[in-house]
Design a binder for this molecule. Sequence first.
Ligand SMILES: [Zn+2]
Length: 313
Amino acid sequence: MAWDGPIVTDSGGFQVFSMGHGTVADEIKGRAPSGSERAGRILAIEEQGVRYRSYRDGSERFMGPETSMEIQANLGSDLALVFDECTPFHVSREYTQRSTERTHRWLDRCLAWHAEHGPPGQLVYGIVQGGVHEDLRIESAQAVAARGTPGIAIGGSLGEEKAQMHEVVGWTTAVLPPERPRHLLGIGEIDDLVAGVAAGIDTFDCAMPTRLGRHGMALVPDPERRWRVDLTGARFKDSDEPLMEGCPCPACAVGWTRGYLRYMTKARELTAMRAITLHNLAFVERVVRRLREAIGAGTLAQESAALLGGAAP
Ligand SMILES: [Zn+2]
């Protein structure tokens, strides 16, 4: 990539298990699964690891804690995540419990491999699982905290709706050591960032800004419409409106109108996808920066309320 900034790699656990459960990503994002999405590609989830079929060529593959850590070591990431099973919402409490316990054993194997073979300077985050069950979340948070990893990530199904997600995150952060960074995996909607920061989350990752950008959706300060505008809409056909007034991102700075972005999006012009993606990333970065500065200034509650009320970041 020739990227000389910090690199974070996920363990592949979420990616493997999304293929199998089919619905993990949808559930975490709060969408209902379709029948075809339930068709799994996982062959077996065993103590050793997971056997699955490649989504590209159908060949059988294996990934376990050691495989994942080795791949992340070869990638040379600065921050690696341990291999975990990302349990979906629809599984039973009993399954979630057994899976979470296995994830803790996988955590130990990841750390053992890393202690011996990990690249110097690479940090490893443990991952809290436990589904939507308060006691399992708390147990998992305590178990992961006890391993002493330099940071802790929160993963897995956080519930069916946002209120439940905020509750699950709250249970978890309440028992995590305050001095260690907390990362919330796969969450990045604007209101979720605001709620996450209030709950004590330090970092996030999410495909939302780039995925939206590829589909002609731009982030704008419009909480009524989940902070997004669909630039493919016919009403923008001849629009001279800027994408977002005052936005310093490369797409807005060059002065492209919503009408022109719509034209390029409809023409499947890759420049439009890139421009809207850059805008969306810049938007999210400013939201998080404002929240970070508000923490320093002691004005997080006011800043959060302003952002949720539609203030431009
Ligand atoms: Zn912009």
